[in-house]
Design a protein around this ligand. Structure first.
Ligand code: PAF
Length: 292
C-alpha cells in the first residue's frame, strides 16, 4: 500500500469485518531496513491488537543537511518479505511525494525545548520532522495504539508528550530495547559498522551497565553513576563520546550530580562516522534498574 487513500480504504474495510467488537489497530512506524528489534515491535503490536499496520517511510523531514538521508539503508523488498513471513498484511510504504505533495510542508509539529537537547542538539530540526511525520501517520492510519522502541528514548518521550499535549486519541506502547549478545542495541545504522567498530560500539552498553551496577549498590547519586559510565566509555578505542547524561523521566531534563530517584541515562557516541545512541533506566533511590 503506497497511497493514503488505499490504506484508509483497506483499514476501513478490515475494521468492519471485525464482527461485534471493533478490532483494535496497532501502528508500528519504521523507516525500514528492518531488523529483529523492529520484529519485536511487530510481535508486541500483535499481542495488543487485532490489526497490525507497519509503515515504512524514510522521512526526509527528520534528516538535516549533511546527514545520512541519501545513504540511509533502503531495503523495501527484503522488508516486505520479512513482514509477510511475520504475517503482517498491512504495510504502508508511501513515497515522499505521497506524504509531502508540496515538497516541504508549511505546517509542522514543534518539539519544544526538549527537542533541542541531546539528539536534537546534534541534529537540529530532527525532532520537529519526526513528530510531523508521526502525527501524519497517526492521522492516516488512525491506530488505537502505536508501538515505539525504547532505544530512541527521547523520541518516545516527545511522541508521548505530543499525544498528551494535542489530545491525540491513541495510546503509546513502549517495547524494551533488543540487544545483541555483546550488549549492542540493535539499530539500522549498525550495518555501517565494520568488524572492529562493531566490537568498539559495545562500549555504549558497557558504560550503561557500569552505571546500572553502581545504582544497584543502592544509595548512589547521578554523579556517581555518570562517573562510572564515563570511565567505561573513555577507556574504549574508536569511540568519540557526544553526550552522557542522566535525565528525569518525567521532564527529560538533566538532573544534578547529587540527584537520587528515578532516572534515565542517555548516551550518544560516534564510532567511526556512525552515530549510535543507547539508554537505560536507573533507580538511584532503591537501586532497581531495568532495560525499559
Ligand atoms: O524511529 C524511527 O524509525 C523514526 O523516527 C519514525 C518514528 C519511524 C519516524 O520517521
Amino acid at each position: 500500500m503506497g497511497s493514503i487513500a488505499d490504506v484508509r480504504a483497506r483499514l476501513a474495510a478490515a475494521r468492519q469485518e471485525g464482527a461485534a467488537a471493533v478490532p483494535r489497530v496497532a501502528l508500528v512506524p519504521t523507516m525500514g531496513a528492518l531488523h529483529d528489534g523492529h520484529l519485536a515491535l511487530v510481535e508486541r503490536a500483535r499481542e495488543i491488537a487485532d490489526i497490525v499496520v507497519v509503515s515504512i517511510f524514510v522521512n526526509p523531514l527528520q534528516f538535516g543537511a549533511g546527514e545520512d538521508l541519501d545513504r540511509y539503508p533502503r531495503t523495501l523488498d527484503a522488508d516486505l518479505t520479512r513482514l509477510a513471513e511475520a504475517g503482517v498484511p498491512f504495510v504502508f510504504a508511501p513515497t515522499a511525494r505521497e506524504m509531502y505533495p508540496e515538497g516541504s510542508p508549511g505546517t509542522r509539529v514543534t518539539a519544544g525545548a526538549v527537542g533541542s537537547l541531546y539528539e536534537g542538539a546534534a541534529r537540529p530540526g530532527h525532532f520537529d520532522g519526526m513528530l510531523t511525520v508521526v502525527a501524519k501517520l497517526f492521522n492516516i492510519v488512525g491506530p488505537d495504539v502505536a508501538v515505539f522502541g525504547q532505544k530512541d528514548a527521547q523520541q518516545v518521550f516527545l511522541v508521548q508528550r505530543m499525544v498528551a499535549d494535542l489530545d491525540l486519541p491513541l495510546r503509546i506502547d513502549v517495547a524494551p530495547i533488543v540487544r545483541e549478545e555483546s550488549g549492542l542495541a540493535l539499530s539500522s545504522r549498525n550495518r555501517y559498522l565494520d568488524e572492529a567498530q562493531r566490537a568498539a560500539a559495545h562500549a555504549l552498553s558497557a558504560a550503561l551497565a557500569a552505571a546500572a551496577s553502581v545504582a544497584r549498590g543502592g544509595d548512589a547519586t547521578a554523579g556517581q553513576a555518570l562517573a562510572a559510565a564515563r570511565d567505561a566509555i573513555e577507556a574504549a578505542p574508536m569511540v568519540k563520546l557526544d553526550y552522557l547524561v542522566v535525565v528525569h523521566p518525567h521532564t527529560f531534563l538533566p538532573v544534578g550530580d547529587d540527584y537520587r530517584g528515578p532516572a534515565r541515562m542517555l548516551v550518544a557516541a560516534l564510532v567511526g562516522t556512525t552515530r549510535l545512541i543507547d539508554n537505560t533506566a536507573l533507580d538511584l533511590d532503591t537501586g532497581r534498574t531495568s532495560t525499559r
